[in-house]
Design a protein around this ligand. Structure first.
Ligand code: ZN
Length: 264
């Protein structure tokens, strides 16, 4: 009987964690909020577009500044997303952005499982659910007292939570130093050039996502000034993707990827 109660309790805990991951924050969009669009859908699209852009920006910085990276570059780029998010946004906005970005990984993992896809353990990226927990952990580690509920709501196990503050301190020391080094101190030419295709796949959220990218490029140009130039290209790619091309110093943000973040 006692065993049964314990098993029931464990089962409840697992289902609570899964439910917590799906809980919608329904926050307001941070950068762009067209009246005609659903605000919480837009907020989700915006958060994911920004997180993706920051991830690609990390690749551009690693390349442009020849930064030493002692582990997988993809993990370093994911870490950068959390550091710059806290750098740019207040706690409420940063939480929404982190949650939406992590939630997309949880969705991707769920979809892959449904389709019976094998886990890509060979991939350069961490597995979707690892990326989910890494994001939650690093964000939580930025302020463990204030973000305790966030960690709980999103199912971060105590075994991992214990090291998040240290993990985050290392992330801040590493990426924070890079951001300090490239901080703009005087007016000058833009280091990011935007190249937009006019097509929006006939989707209002894609159009709004393009505005998010445009405004973010302006903000990055205003705040930072590294001694190299990159291009951000928004275009149709026939795939849901975003990537950095080292030879060309170019970040490509695909309209299809922005559209994939639209969940009703
Ligand atoms: Zn990457």
């Amino acid at each position: 009987m006692q065993k049964f109660i314990i098993l029931l309790f464990i089962g409840l805990m697992v289902s609570t964690a899964v439910q917590a991951k799906k809980q919608s924050k329904g926050g307001d969009p941070i950068v762009v909020s067209p009246e005609s669009l659903d605000r919480s859908v837009m907020s989700y699209v915006e958060a994911n577009v920004l997180a993706t852009m920051y991830h690609e920006l990390a690749h551009a910085l690693i390349d442009g500044l020849s930064l030493p990276i002692f582990s997988r570059e993809e993990d370093a780029a994911d870490t950068f997303v959390v550091v710059i998010t806290d750098h740019f946004f207040d706690a409420e906005q940063a939480e929404q952005l982190t949650w939406a970005s992590a939630d997309q990984y949880a969705r991707d993992a769920e979809e892959a499982e449904k389709k019976g896809r094998e886990l890509a353990v060979w991939d350069t990226h961490s597995l979707d659910l690892q990326r989910y927990y890494n994001l939650i952990c690093l964000y939580y580690g930025g302020d463990v007292d204030a973000r305790d509920d966030f960690a709980d709501e999103n199912g971060l196990p105590h075994d991992r939570a214990r090291t998040c503050e240290e993990e985050r301190a290392l992330a801040d020391a590493s990426w924070g130093a890079v951001l300090d080094d490239i901080k703009r101190t005087q007016a000058g030419p833009d280091w990011i050039i935007l190249d937009e295709d006019v097509d929006t796949l006939g989707n209002s959220y894609v159009l709004a996502a393009q505005a998010v990218i445009r405004q973010e490029v302006a903000r990055l140009n205003e705040r930072f000034d590294p001694e190299f130039e990159i291009k951000v290209v928004i275009e149709n790619c026939n795939e849901e993707n975003a990537f950095y091309s080292p030879g060309e110093g170019k970040i490509t943000m695909c309209n299809e990827l922005s559209r994939s973040y639209v969940h009703d």
